[in-house]
Design a protein around this ligand. Sequence first.
Ligand SMILES: CNc1ncnc2c1ncn2[C@@H]1O[C@H](COP(=O)(O)OP(=O)(O)OP(=O)(O)O)[C@@H](O)[C@H]1O
Length: 217
Amino acid sequence: MDQFASLLPSGSIGPVHTNGPSDSLHLSWLPTSTLKQYTLVFPVTEDGKICLGMKKRGFGAGRYNGFGGKVEPGETVFEAAKRELHEEANIVATKMPHCGRIRFAFEDSPVLMDVFVYRVEAWEGDPSETEEMLPAWHTSLPPSDPSMPQLPQIPFDDMWPDDDLWFPLFLAKKSFVGRVDFNKPPVAPEGSEGKMEDGSMRRWWFAEAPVELMQSS
Ligand SMILES: CNc1ncnc2c1ncn2[C@@H]1O[C@H](COP(=O)(O)OP(=O)(O)OP(=O)(O)O)[C@@H](O)[C@H]1O
């Protein structure tokens, strides 16, 4: 049973974008044994601004991303999303719809990361630097749009490589689900410093899906 290695039953979802399987790509989904819940939260404005954080330490350090982290025992995913946003960007979400769910697997890791994505449409406070993140506003409007010339574009080259696959759905306010499996990163040459190399994307899929469906396990 392949079916994009679970998350949703077949049917009821939009067109599936995927890089496999095909006859030339005999890659199975990676085996995992533990599902761990994470949150990923992006403050956005109606006029096309999006707040991204430069991760200063830990998993994904050196990349721009949304704000988020592990769901702690005893809290709901929504509570965790709100807590992590406050801890990492100093703002309190007052309107935060759930809009996506993505699962990530990494070669040689038993963990399947189960990431719940939220759009923050209203909040109290102004995003500011914390121990973990340096927030910065970007524009999601095309470069030709004159309304916000002072803001940088979304820096996909400095983000996780999967982000530009599902951002179009996120920015279009569509709810979505998907999965991305990563190959092991190449071994860094001895003595090399700086940003760790990415493992390449081994296999992935994304589709639009109603938000009620993505809340099932
Ligand atoms: C592989 N492609 C990916 N694309 C986009 N986002 C990704 C991601 N993989 C992980 N993420 C996010 O990265 C954060 C890690 O969280 P992480 O810092 O480890 O958690 P937490 O803050 O609890 O950690 P501490 O133990 O406090 O350091 C968390 O938001 C998670 O959703």
